[in-house]
Design a protein around this ligand. Structure first.
Ligand SMILES: Nc1nc2c(c(=O)[nH]1)N[C@H]1C(S)=C(S)[C@@H](COP(=O)(O)O)O[C@H]1N2
Ligand SMILES: [Mo]
Length: 566
């Protein structure tokens, strides 16, 4: 500006910067308060209703399959953490921007915070598992608190009213709202500074009021957030205690012991039975559902059901239990990927339960060809009724490797169906089974372009040597696992570079529903070598070399590993 003194220019610049920086700080603080209050309120509603979880869940629901696969590939099972950190990061940036905006236009800035609350509320109430309007509360109350704080803080940043209408010192006590509000400009500040002749930079804003309000808000929010955390923890603990009190009765149909010889003693090979702690986890739940078992029940109803059932956990415990080894695999598993595991499940066979309800398979004239399982978190999975009733050990599993299901794997009850990918069979935290048709209803993943029906594809994986390993020349044991659930593995072959296929030694078979270990000693010669594996299932079909993507019905292709000997 012409005619402005250097001193004035500097003071104006300083005022602008101060306004920006304090605005940004106010915005961040408002965001923090909003989230902390939401955390506390969600403890009274349910953890899934918190804004970050809700927006994250909504994002997961709407993410295109390709991006989801990329996230799974890139972050593996950390994908959920990365997503939530990403949301927090974006929220932080917006809070900062809204704060800067609020410093000039405090109504607009505060309204912006409310808008974010609305987004959170929409996300929470729009999720498939939404418990209704109450789910909006955490976002709404949190945003209201954040907006009010931002409004108040921004008010402390602006100049007081012209002299005479405000405390003479300009930065003490509560101030009346400004009449010609909403436009605090550096000009105002400068004018005021000039008029009052106060020290540059200090005048024109209620420093003391700001510091007090900001500190009090930060402290209160931290208290609210911690209390919210504690309450969430307490409800999780209640569920955990209830789980601890569960004793699974011995199965009336126990599994035969795993044959000696089913587990090879080769370092680096996947253990035959996957310990629960190492079992892969794939689901859309940002917060693992912690079901309190006493308030849980499972309903079976729908087309062709002549007698509806509602079962409590104790009802299931009183039924005859079977124990079976079944290998579970995920359709999102890339060739050679980690999303496969084998466990010893204890549960109630579905066949008997469905028979009690009068359900017949389509091949015997049954009306329903799809069993839709719904979980407490709103997930839906669709399984062919024919498969469930064809004699295989499709079950409602209660136990996994000798203990009640871990929460992450579906406590209290999940489905397991040998031979089908998890997304069309293995519903965790199940609470509803509806008999319907494939024509009438598309489940969660089917709506997202995955196949309606997805039997597991025959696959084999080299566990050792690892990719890019550098073994010494001499004997190297190549080993891994192969699976073709419910068909069984009959042959595994290994090829070094472009050499002939050689039959690997197969470990003893447990059942045709489990994977099978294999190994082959190889005399390694110096240089780089590509090791490739392929399996043949009991129908005589060798897995195809043709590589396909995981979507829509599972990856195909041969796994190979590059190693450098020497
Ligand atoms: N409720 C619920 N059940 C679910 C899923 C889910 O997202 N939500 N994912 C399915 C998928 S894709 C797989 S592969 C298996 C994985 O089970 P796990 O996490 O116990 O290994 O669970 C299935 N059951
Ligand atoms: Mo899956």
């Amino acid at each position: 500006m012409p005619g402005m003194s250097d001193e004035l220019r500097t003071s104006r610049l300083r005022a602008v910067l101060r306004l920006g920086a304090l605005g940004a700080l106010s915005g961040l603080l408002a965001g923090y308060v909003a989230l902390a209050v939401a955390e506390l309120v969600s403890a009274g509603v349910r953890p899934e209703a918190g804004p970050v979880v809700a927006v994250g869940g909504a994002a997961v629901d709407r993410t295109p399959a390709s991006l989801k696969l990329w996230a799974i590939r890139t972050f593996g099972t950390h994908d959920k953490l990365v997503l939530q950190l990403g949301i927090l990061g974006v929220l932080g940036l917006f809070a900062l921007a809204l704060g800067v905006l609020a410093a000039r236009h405090r109504r607009v800035g505060s309204a912006g915070v409310l808008l974010f609350g609305a987004v959170g509320a929409l996300a929470a109430t729009g999720r498939p598992d939404s418990a209704g309007a109450a789910d909006a509360l955490p976002s709404v109350v949190g945003a209201a608190a954040g907006a009010a704080l931002l409004y108040g803080l921004a008010g402390r940043l602006r100049p007081a009213k012209p002299a005479g209408e405000c405390p003479a010192d300009g930065h003490a006590g509560p101030r009346a709202p400004l009449a010609a509000d909403e436009q605090a400009s550096p000009e105002d500040i400068d004018v005021r500074t000039d008029v009052q002749g106060k020290g540059v930079g200090d005048a024109g804003w209620d420093r003391r009021g700001f510091v007090i309000a900001a500190t009090a808000a930060a402290a209160a929010a931290t208290g609210a957030g911690l209390l919210g955390r504690a309450l969430h923890g307490a409800s999780g603990e209640r569920a955990a205690n209830a789980r601890d009190r569960v004793t699974l009765p011995p199965p009336s149909s126990p599994a035969a012991p795993v044959p000696r010889g089913a587990a090879l003693r080769v370092p680096g090979i996947s253990p035959f039975t996957t310990p629960n702690a190492d079992f892969y986890r794939v689901d859309t739940a940002l917060v693992v559902p912690k079901v309190v078992v006493s308030s849980w029940s499972l309903r079976i109803h729908g087309k062709g059901v002549t007698r509806e059932l509602r079962l409590s956990y104790d009802d299931l415990l009183r039924m005859p239990l079977v124990e079976r080894d079944i290998t579970l695999t995920c359709v999102s598993n890339e060739v050679g990927g980690p999303y496969a595991g084998n466990a010893r499940w204890i549960g109630v066979r579905l066949e008997g339960l469905l028979a009690r309800c009068g359900v017949e398979p389509p091949s015997r004239g049954g009306l329903a060809d799809q069993l839709v399982a719904r979980s407490v978190d709103g997930m839906t999975l669709g399984t062919p009724v024919e498969d469930v009733l064809d004699g295989r050990d499709a079950m409602l599993a209660l136990g996994m490797n000798g203990e009640p299901l871990p929460f992450a794997h579906g406590f209290p009850v999940r489905m397991v169906v040998p031979g089908l990918y998890g997304y069309v069979s293995a519903c965790k935290w199940i609470e509803d089974i509806e008999l319907t048709t494939f024509d009438a209803y598309d489940t969660y993943w089917v709506k997202r372009d995955w196949a309606r029906k997805a039997p597991v594809k025959t696959q084999s994986r080299i566990d050792t040597p690892r990719p890019f390993a550098r073994p010494e020349p001499g004997t190297v044991v190549i080993a891994g696992v192969a699976w073709a659930q419910h068909r069984g593995i009959d042959k595994v072959e290994v090829r070094v570079d472009d050499g002939p296929w050689r039959r690997a030694d197969l470990a003893a078979e447990d059942t045709r529903d489990t994977w099978r270990q294999w190994s082959l000693p190889w005399t390694a010669t110096p240089g780089s070598h590509t090791l490739t594996v392929r399996a043949t299932d009991r129908t005589g079909t060798t897995q195809t070399e043709e590589r396909t993507r995981t979507i829509p019905d599972g990856a195909s292709g041969w796994h190979s590993v590059l190693v450098t000997v020497g």
